[in-house]
Design a protein around this ligand. Structure first.
Ligand code: NAD
Length: 489
């Protein structure tokens, strides 16, 4: 597919309800914009409560219909077909994602491939989910069944739209649920395409529905709907709190992947060159719009000056540019509004007395003047009581703070309401493991920026969330456990 025909194909996007591609009930639409150049690339249906209700009815009918007779193996085989289709359409999905989010095309290709791997993993997991027999104290047989919940609502953010959708669709479908996916209104295009591919793979109508529209109306209607048994949400912590309130009406199960302010702890005995070469990508990848962004660097005081110099030199090499260019490592932010948010935080950091040592403004010239770009930004001399250190900026901004010893590093790293991710750098593995044990976060890495793996659990402590996605843990989020006792006397 060429870029031009693809653009034509997404001009008038449709929601997917009950296997049909449909407009919103009131036929309203909203514009979908490429934030790297401001161009409108599609019009999507402005779904609302009426559309959510239609989708819930379709998902309920599918759950009670033929889908309920499918064996786990058949669900797995169909997920494998979806994985294969994602691989076949990898370039198309990557182009869509890159143009819709403003993210570099090379990164978007990797993300599309990762989506196929997630579906492949859950294809294999579908028939490996089983119950237990339990030696109870009465004479008899006690066993458990793992059953699907029913209709599940999947609400995802704009930073990794298709990946976050796959993290939820994969285990939800493997476990036998029917789904209603609600992408963020900035970025609905790959979710809609995944919905089409799910139909092509052979999922019955109503098993995968996709609703587009604002969070405050379409998302809220889904979170509150009495016919939905569970909400899986990724997004801001404040939205997660609202979803918990909305979901309380019928006591829905709720899993939440929320914000973060992750620490990057570097000891003086670490391989500082390697730390510096890799760490810019741990905070500036995806223009810093990453819940696991290591946006707080804690450096042992004796290595402070060297680390700041090495990290700044490495940051200068990050290639900021047009997302469509294969060489680009950091594209635009998702929207002008997000750029304004970053600009506000940079002003706040300066006002708080942090020392701006690199960036702090948008790049200028072509292609930057037309899009929502920002230069990677480094503050030194920060403190944990500053807003730029306490609050999730969700942009390419990092704050550097020195620490005196191991205990000080742990205290500073934990001085946050969040607890999602983090890295520890040291050649002393005993020390690194002691620190990993004490940092209150769900996803850590030692001497590596990478802490996300399809096969391993992902999720947050404290205000970073509830539940674990990915790996076999995610299946727990989408199943009920039924205990059955058989009296054998
Ligand atoms: P957001 O909370 O604004 O929106 C997320 C989704 O929720 C969107 O689909 C939105 O339309 C919907 N929504 C908004 N208000 C709603 C409401 N009242 N009821 C129901 N749905 C509603 O988040 P965002 O700005 O799209 O994404 C950025 C945030 O996501 C950051 O805070 C980031 O840390 C977080 N995030 C977390 C993870 C993780 O795994 N922990 C991963 C990616 C992003």
């Amino acid at each position: 597919m060429t870029t031009d025909t693809r653009a034509a194909a997404v001009q008038d996007a449709k929601m997917i309800i009950g296997g049909e591609q449909v407009d919103a009930a009131d036929e309203q639409t909203f514009d979908v914009v490429n934030p790297a150049n401001g161009e409108v690339i599609a019009r999507a249906p402005l779904g609302g409560p009426e559309d959510v209700d239609r989708a819930v009815k379709a998902a309920q009918a599918a759950f009670e219909g033929p889908w309920s007779t499918w064996s786990a193996s058949k669900r797995g085989r169909t997920l494998q077909k979806l994985s294969n289709l994602v691989k076949e359409h990898m370039e198309e999905l990557a182009q869509l994602e890159s143009r819709n989010v403003g993210k570099p095309i090379t990164g978007a290709r990797g993300e599309a491939f990762a989506v196929s791997l997630v579906f492949e993993y859950y294809a294999g997991a579908a028939n490996k989910l089983f119950g237990e027999t339990i030696p109870v104290s009465k004479p008899g047989l006690d066993f458990t069944l793992r059953e699907p919940i029913g209709v599940v609502g999947l609400i995802v953010p704009w930073n990794f739209p298709m990946n976050m959708a796959s993290w939820k669709l994969g285990p939800a479908l493997a476990a036998g649920n029917t789904t209603i996916l609600k992408p963020a209104s900035y970025t609905p295009l790959t979710a809609l395409r995944l919905g089409e591919l799910a139909l092509e793979a052979g999922f019955p109508p109503g098993v995968v529905n996709v609703i587009t529209g604002p969070g405050g109306t379409a998302g809220a209607a889904l979170a509150a709907h009495g016919g939905v048994g569970k909400i899986a949400f990724t997004g801001e912590t404040t939205t997660g709190q609202e979803i918990m309130r909305l979901a309380s009406g019928n006591v829905k199960k709720v899993s939440l992947e929320l914000g973060g302010k992750s620490p990057n702890i570097v000891f003086a005995d670490a391989d500082l060159e390697r730390f510096a070469a890799e760490s810019p990508y741990s905070v500036f990848d995806n223009a810093g719009q990453d819940c696991t962004a290591r946006s707080r660097i804690f450096v042992e005081a004796s290595a402070h000056d060297q680390v700041v110099e090495l990290f700044t030199e490495a940051t200068k090499k990050v290639v900021v540019g047009d997302p469509a260019d294969d060489k680009t490592e950091m594209g635009s932010l998702v929207s002008e509004r997000q750029r304004e948010r970053v600009a506000d935080y940079v002003a706040i950091g300066r006002g708080e007395g942090a020392e701006l040592i690199y960036g702090g403004e948008p790049p200028s010239g072509d292609p930057f003047d037309a899009g929502a770009y920002w230069t990677p930004t480094i503050f030194d001399g920060a403190r944990t009581d500053m807003r730029i250190v306490c609050e999730e900026i969700f942009g390419p901004v990092v704050a550097i703070i020195p620490f005196s010893d191991e205990a000080d590093a742990i205290r500073l790293a934990n001085d946050t309401p969040y607890g999602l991710s983090g890295s520890i750098w040291s050649r002393d593995i005993g020390k690194a493991l002691r620190v990993a044990k004490e940092v209150k976060a769900g996803v850590l890495s030692i001497n590596s920026n990478t802490s996300v793996h399809t096969e391993a659990p992902f999720g947050g402590y404290k205000m970073s969330g509830i539940g674990r996605e990915l790996g076999m843990h995610a299946l727990e989020l989408y199943t009920e456990v039924k205990n059955v006792f058989v009296d054998l006397t």
